[in-house]
Design a protein around this ligand. Sequence first.
Ligand SMILES: C[S@@+](CC[C@H](N)C(=O)[O-])C[C@H]1O[C@@H](n2cnc3c(N)ncnc32)[C@H](O)[C@@H]1O
Length: 240
Amino acid sequence: MPAYDASASEYDAIAELYDPWSRSVTEDIDFYVAEARKAGGPVVELGVGTGRIAVPVAAAGVPVIGVDSSAGMLEVCRQRAAKAGVERLLDLRLGDLRDPPVDARVRLVTSPFRSLLHLDTDADRLSALAAAFELLVPGGRFVFDVFAPSAEDVEETHGRWLEREPGIWERADWDLERRILTLRVRGHASETAMHLSWLPVEEWRALLEAAGFEVVACYGWFDLSPHKGGEDTVWLARRP
Ligand SMILES: C[S@@+](CC[C@H](N)C(=O)[O-])C[C@H]1O[C@@H](n2cnc3c(N)ncnc32)[C@H](O)[C@@H]1O
């Protein structure tokens, strides 16, 4: 089989920018660490990125197998893990989350911070959900979060360059009909454009059930409050 070719990852260009760009995103870390501790064994993270979640999970003593299609993001993750002294607990693999190069069967698969929104057809989403299902032992859980924009968010951000962090600019162009967000990110030395494709809550639920999952919970935030129509959803699904 040819090696996975990740040359097309839109994240490579901003791998060094990703951590400063997402510096304020911390609300989900304790939640995913708690899920990993509960599972106890190795966790597979699909779309592991720079290890924003995986490194704290490893620091809590739980081994992580991290899959990502961006070689650049994985390299930053490796450096971050070494700095935290947890590289021994991180097994990083270049590959596609629709067909992850992982043979292990585990009690927890995660996909934090909207990675599944990089899939833009139901066929691709179902491939990813089926892959997560396959990686789980019976009774194991798939935990991920996604979002769908509110009208206010679209109104406030559409077509505008906004300084998200000092020197890091972001522009959102929302295609409400096709449910595609084109997100541009620009720093001093690098920039990229990526597409994110969102779904209404009931469509995520239907896809999870079509992949064989039982939906255990759909929270509206990482404090486990129920989803009441807000932008974010945090899903806990169980392989029966
Ligand atoms: C928003 S980042 C999330 C990274 C990390 N989970 C976090 O919480 O910070 C999305 C990640 O998904 C990866 N990704 C996107 N599409 C992918 C695919 N088809 N297969 C594997 N990784 C993918 C990107 O390279 C990126 O690292």
